[in-house]
Design a protein around this ligand. Structure first.
Ligand code: NAP
Length: 500
């Protein structure tokens, strides 16, 4: 379907200061600075805004700008608009040396930033969480934590409920909750927001959006990459904490939440919180039936031989690189509807999607599929694809054209974004960064959401630890351990094949 709809024009931001603590790191170079560049090219960031990169090395503004120029060179090479604006963008960048673990240098940095009344100041903590408390205290100590300040924090917010509390307490001692923006970049993805638009902007779906009409929901976040150079870091985390606690649960919340009264940030976050609190607890009593954890062995991904997780780590480990969970939201809307979640590394394909499978028609008038002439009626499915190829497809049964009786086939109604709206799909960080500057926390996690998510996750971890068994092995390049297939097939269902 091609509508040739246009992206609405973006409105310019009032001048602001954005400080990236960890301004030379992977996140800054690969995500934040390219996102800011795109927003600048689209006219949203004017010449009076300032962007500071902070790290411990000594380097000049000029050296920092050249480093950023190298990092974004592929973007500039691919788009003449970017190439034309690049020098102007680099002119907004500054670099300051500051050890975030120490007390030195903060007064000078505060003096340089100055205090222009009404000017928004954003501090992006693109550093490990062990530095958060000191950064918050130092900002407070030099008078940079006041009303116009917003702080952005990335995952991981803790490794369990208790450590998340420590981080949130440290931030909460200095900042009001409304100043804290906890990023889950999945929420900034266009399709994720489109899920809310589809559900609440159309009369079609919402009456069907309940146990009476929905058979089950699948949420898959599959990666082809392994842990590469980050094995030591990843080994302390694992798929449950790294992906399920934040991304998958947030997606589940958006599918399952009740209609909020408005788009106000707290209206939506209140509804998401209720979903998290309604999740059926999983603990030592039922983790064996409702969860599967796996760890990849050597195999081949995309035709390339890849080593196993333990070879990459160089040590023994029970950390899971794959997890599948049968979750349930215990409320009137969803009673009895399973939400199958799965995520893993070194899987067959990089793909994130939500599949809502409706119930079958109660009676087929098209004959018996076993008689050799009729086809079975597949249930309708709404497939929300987050990556790659963001888009939405609605699978419906149709008659195969031509003579030869009523032969039925599943056909997808395609709402592909690229085709419908044309142009480049902005990265999630572009929207999220501008939302912080604008002061719109709708797509960020509130503290009680983080706490509630950990409250559901912690007993699963505890059950796994108490069971003392190793994760199930799976070959790199497949779809995880066979136990994950059994988890859903036991219920007479199958994981959605890539028919997207
Ligand atoms: P990284 O590549 O290791 O970069 C860390 C940055 O922090 C560097 O600029 C480093 O510079 C700086 N830094 C470290 N200690 C410092 C200190 N004491 N004082 C001042 N600067 C310091 O890490 P990253 O991948 O960018 O990740 C940063 C944080 O974001 C981590 O908590 C990570 O879990 C999280 N995150 C990252 C991604 C991603 O895509 N990379 C995604 C989600 C979340 P110097 O060492 O030169 O000081």
């Amino acid at each position: 379907m091609t509508l040739h709809a246009q992206h609405p024009p973006t409105s310019p931001m009032a001048p602001f200061d954005l400080v990236i603590f960890g301004g030379t790191g992977d996140l800054a170079m690969r995500k934040l600075l390219p996102a800011l560049l795109h927003r600048h090219v689209d006219g949203q960031i004017g010449p009076d805004s300032r962007i500071y990169g902070i790290a411990r090395d000594e380097r000049t503004d000029e050296a920092y700008r050249e480093r950023v120029r190298d990092a974004v060179a592929p973007l500039a090479a691919a788009d003449p608009r970017i190439a034309a604006c690049l020098d102007e963008f680099l002119g907004l960048l500054h670099y300051r040396r500051l050890d975030l673990g120490s007390e030195a240098g903060w007064p000078e940095f505060a003096a340089e930033l100055g205090d222009t009344p009404g000017r928004v100041r954003v501090f992006y903590l693109a550093v490990g969480p062990s530095l958060f408390a000191n950064v918050a205290d130092r900002l407070d100590g030099v008078g940079l934590a006041g009303g116009g300040t917003r702080v952005v924090v990335e995952k991981p917010i803790g490794k369990d409920g208790a450590s998340a509390q420590v981080i949130n307490e440290a931030l909460g001692r200095v900042f009001h909750e409304s100043q804290v923006y906890r990023i889950d970049h999945y929420l900034g993805k266009e399709t994720v927001q489109n899920l809310t638009a589809l559900r609440f902007g159309n009369a079609l779906f919402e009456p069907l959006w309940k146990a009476e009409h929905i058979d089950h929901v699948q949420i898959t976040v599959a990666e082809t990459v392994g842990v590469e150079g980050r094995a030591a870091y990843y080994d302390k985390s694992g798929a449950l904490r790294d992906m399920v606690q934040n991304h998958l649960l947030q997606l589940l919340c958006l599918v399952a939440m009740e209609p909020p009264a408005s788009l106000a940030a707290d209206a939506i976050r209140d509804e998401k919180l209720k979903v998290l609190r309604a999740l059926r607890p999983i603990d030592g009593g039922n983790a064996g039936q409702l969860t599967v954890r796996g760890q990849y062995r050597a195999g081949a991904v995309g035709g390339q031989a890849v080593p196993g997780y333990l070879d990459e780590l160089g040590a023994a480990s029970n950390t899971e690189t794959f997890v599948a969970i049968k979750a349930e939201v215990q409320n009137w809307r969803w009673a009895g509807v399973p939400f199958y979640l799965r995520t893993g590394k070194r899987l067959a394909q990089r793909m994130s999607e939500i599949v809502v499978t409706f119930r079958r028609v109660p009676h087929s008038i098209f004959g018996d599929p076993n008689d050799g002439h009729s086809s079975p009626l597949a249930p309708n499915k709404l497939v929300i694809r987050l990556q790659p190829d963001e888009g939405v497809k609605l699978w419906l049964m149709n008659k195969v054209p031509g003579p030869g009786g009523m032969r039925m086939r599943e056909v997808a109604m395609d709402l592909s974004f690229a085709e419908t709206f044309g142009g480049r799909q902005p990265d999630a960080y572009e929207r999220l960064l501008m939302d912080v500057v604008r002061g719109n926390p709708m797509l960020f996690m509130r503290r009680d959401e983080v706490d509630a998510a950990w409250q559901w996750i912690d007993p699963i971890r505890a059950a796994w630890e108490a069971a003392h068994d190793a994760p199930k092995a799976y070959t790199a390049g497949g779809w995880g351990p066979s136990a994950a297939v059994a988890l859903i097939e036991r219920d007479g269902r199958t994981w959605h094949e890539d028919g997207y």
